[in-house]
Design a protein around this ligand. Structure first.
Ligand SMILES: [Zn+2]
Length: 278
């Protein structure tokens, strides 16, 4: 009985959140299209802020990017924007005309796309898996049928994909140049690498760690991403990207277009088109 009461209370709280969010209004969620004010909780922890040396303003922007979520589907603002960029890329590449991710793969043209989701793009995966041409992998996967791909040495053949997706992944790759050249290699000519990375636009890229000759070397004290509250701080940061990151993409053979928020510069998604063979 107590369980039932608690469940009803949870449903009531959730319904109230959704209604208040809808009344307050906001931009449509990039994932589900729900128009409402995002719900916010701080997600960045003090230790990470110290390591990253963010100004209070950049701290707020980064917190909003990851901690503000759609009241309906739970997508972060970052995931919602990544979803919108994937829809834009898919429409351009296939000639489909979807307005949001949840309806994209009802269109046969979009269903014909070949897509590599290199690591799970969170709650976007449940939409992506509707695409018959999806190749899904996950870092450190032990799940049958789900391979683990190394971004610096992808197992896919040249020119395999229309779209490659990575979601806040590239900062955890030891050597960024080879990783970008690999995504370029597996893209078809004109194909797009659609991705997010944390990026601070008013400073240059800072390398925190490197692997040379198989040995991990820390150039700065180790910094990890993950969810501190859940003890999941297990992703070592190799690079904190800055404004020069776009040049790294260009050097790898990718022509960068940015989807940017009008107010928050931390809220940005890269749509990088393969221009030439690396
Ligand atoms: Zn949503």
């Amino acid at each position: 009985m107590l369980k039932v009461v608690k469940r009803l209370q949870r449903i009531g709280r959730r319904a109230r959140e959704i209604i208040v969010s809808r009344i307050d209004g906001g931009k449509p969620c990039g994932t589900c299209g729900f128009k409402g004010r995002p719900l916010h909780r701080d997600v960045l922890w003090p230790g990470l802020m110290t390591e990253w040396e963010l100004t209070p303003q950049w701290h707020r922007w980064m917190d909003e990017r990851e901690g503000s979520r759609c009241a309906w589907c739970g997508s972060s603002l970052r995931s919602g924007q990544l979803a919108a960029a994937i829809v834009t890329a898919a429409n351009r590449l296939s000639g489909s005309s979807a307005s949001r991710r949840s309806t994209l793969f009802r269109d046969p043209k979009a269903r014909a796309l070949s897509i590599a989701e290199i690591n799970s793009a969170g709650n976007l995966h449940r939409h992506l898996r509707r695409c018959p041409g999806l190749r899904f992998s996950e870092f450190g996967s032990t799940q049958q049928g789900v391979p683990s791909e190394d971004l610096m040495r992808l197992t896919y053949a040249d020119a395999s994909f229309d779209i490659v997706i990575t979601s806040d992944t590239l900062e955890h790759v030891p050597n960024i140049g080879p990783a970008l050249r690999e995504t370029c290699r597996v893209l078809k000519p004109g194909g797009m690498h659609v991705f997010t990375v944390p990026i601070i636009w008013d400073r240059p890229t800072r390398q925190r760690a490197t692997i040379q000759g198989g040995a991990l070397t820390h150039l700065l004290p180790p910094s990890y991403h993950g969810v501190a509250q859940e003890g999941k701080t297990d992703f070592l940061v190799f690079n904190e990207f800055g404004a020069d990151f776009v040049d790294l993409c260009t050097a790898a053979g990718l022509d960068v277009e940015l989807m940017q928020d009008a107010v928050n510069p931390a809220l940005v998604t890269f749509m990088a088109r393969r221009t030439a063979m690396p």
